[in-house]
Design a protein around this ligand. Structure first.
Ligand code: SF4
Ligand code: SF4
Length: 110
């Protein structure tokens, strides 16, 4: 009898661990939010640091410029505000954000 360990066949492996590609797009991470990032576009220098650091790819870029934040996916973590070199992203509690402020930032319906 061989003392070699029998390797597990792929069909015997348990499912799980790695989700199929694109599955995160179905997860509405915006529902976790307690803070909203509001961008002062007069101060934004479109350096893309927020886009690079956002863990949910929620920063919307058009023609090389930041145009807003996709609130369906923004979970309000504040990393973008921390990384912005000119401090033009201000985190505000959800309950203090007016509909007008929210709509000016939100790109989820575009
Ligand atoms: S990090 Fe700040 S300055 Fe740079 S693109 Fe984002 S909001 Fe604009
Ligand atoms: S707060 Fe900023 S870094 Fe965090 S998920 Fe929202 S856009 Fe991305």
């Amino acid at each position: 009898m061989s003392d070699k360990k029998k390797l597990m066949d792929k069909s015997e492996m348990m499912e799980g661990g790695v989700a199929p590609g694109g599955s995160m797009s179905k997860l509405n991470t915006g529902s976790w939010r307690s803070q909203v990032p509001l961008t002062d576009f007069d101060e934004c220098i479109h350096c893309m640091q927020c886009w690079i650091f956002c863990p949910d790819c929620a920063i919307t870029i058009k023609d090389g410029k930041k145009v807003g934040t996709n609130m369906q996916y923004c979970k309000g973590c504040g990393i973008c505000a921390t990384e912005c070199p000119v401090d033009c992203i201000h985190m505000k509690p959800v309950e203090d954000v007016s509909q007008e402020e929210f709509d000016a930032e939100d790109t989820s319906k575009e």
